[in-house]
Design a protein around this ligand. Structure first.
Ligand SMILES: O=C(O)c1cc(=O)[nH]c(=O)n1[C@@H]1O[C@H](COP(=O)(O)O)[C@@H](O)[C@H]1O
Length: 270
């Protein structure tokens, strides 16, 4: 999916909501555990109930890898279901990969080609030659961790390197990498104070913003400081939406939570 198509979907739905599909079998409704593939059944119900309110879905691979082969199959079924039934959705493999170039190429192939996600999250720690293999995939997007939502973001990302915070070095340096037009960045919703600085370096880039909902980030602040004239934001919530209820009505309740966020987003879109 191109950035222009994503922007058009955002305008059409008045939403820049990304729903995190972080499935934990201890948290899903117990009645689903009797089905053949509870992870997929859960995702399918959540997607069917929320697709008109969201423009993106982000399964985090950890929640699938944790269940071995069964989890991996459920992830494949989920991305296939999205691509087949809701091709207008922007899909994010939240895998946080990145390795020497030869290895990154294989990660990129697995997620962007074989599974056919629109994008993947990538850690920039190993530098240019670890990220460029992802950027080489045309029509796909590489979402680099810039300033993450967790407390540990202050351990390295805000420390100065040659007089400038590391996350700023990441933003500035990556702009010069090959195919950098395919870059997006992760900036946590809990770091609203930093959005103006981020925007001064990457005014036009899309930002994936996790951390509203369970982590307590403010959607209002993210929009105030992070939105650009193309919107430029995908705001993710996982637990705050998908675990709204453990009863039979779980998908309806997830929809109700998604609707609250979408309505707030619509108010900021004007
Ligand atoms: O890359 C991410 O999506 C990510 C980056 C970050 O800085 N913080 C962050 O929470 N995430 C992911 O976003 C999701 C947040 O989930 P909730 O806190 O349940 O809404 C999880 O899948 C996290 O792994």
């Amino acid at each position: 999916m191109t950035t222009q198509q994503l922007v058009a979907e955002i305008q059409r739905k008045k939403s820049f909501l990304c729903i995190g599909l972080d499935v934990d079998l201890d948290k899903i409704p117990p009645h689903l555990l009797d089905t053949e593939d509870p992870i997929f059944e859960f995702n399918k119900a959540i997607i069917d109930a929320t697709h008109d309110l969201a423009v993106a879905y982000k399964p985090n691979s950890a929640f699938y890898e944790a269940y071995g082969v069964k989890g991996w199959i459920a992830l494949e079924k989920t991305i296939d279901y999205l691509n087949k039934n809701y091709p207008e959705q922007f899909t994010i493999a939240d895998a946080k990969r990145g390795d020497i170039g030869n290895t990154s190429t294989r990660y990129a192939k697995a997620f962007l080609e074989d599974m056919n996600f629109d994008s993947i999250t990538v850690a920039p720690y190993m530098g240019k030659d670890s990220v460029e293999p992802f950027l080489a995939f045309q029509g796909k997007h590489t979402i680099v961790l810039a300033l993450t939502s967790n407390e540990g973001a202050f351990d390295f990302q805000t420390k100065e390197v040659e007089g400038k915070e590391l996350y700023k070095q990441v933003l500035e340096t990556s702009k010069n990498w090959k195919n950098s037009e395919n870059l997006m960045y992760v900036v946590g919703a809990t770091k609203a104070d930093f959005f103006a600085e981020v925007r001064s370096i990457v005014p036009d880039s899309f930002l994936l913003v996790p951390g509203v909902g369970a982590q307590g980030g403010s959607l209002a602040d993210v929009c105030r400081y992070g939105m650009n004239d193309q919107v430029g934001l995908l705001v993710n919530s996982a637990r705050g939406i998908i675990y709204a209820s453990r009863k039979e009505d779980f998908a309806e309740q997830a929809r109700a939570e998604a609707l609250k966020l979408q309505q707030e987003m619509a108010s900021y879109l004007g």
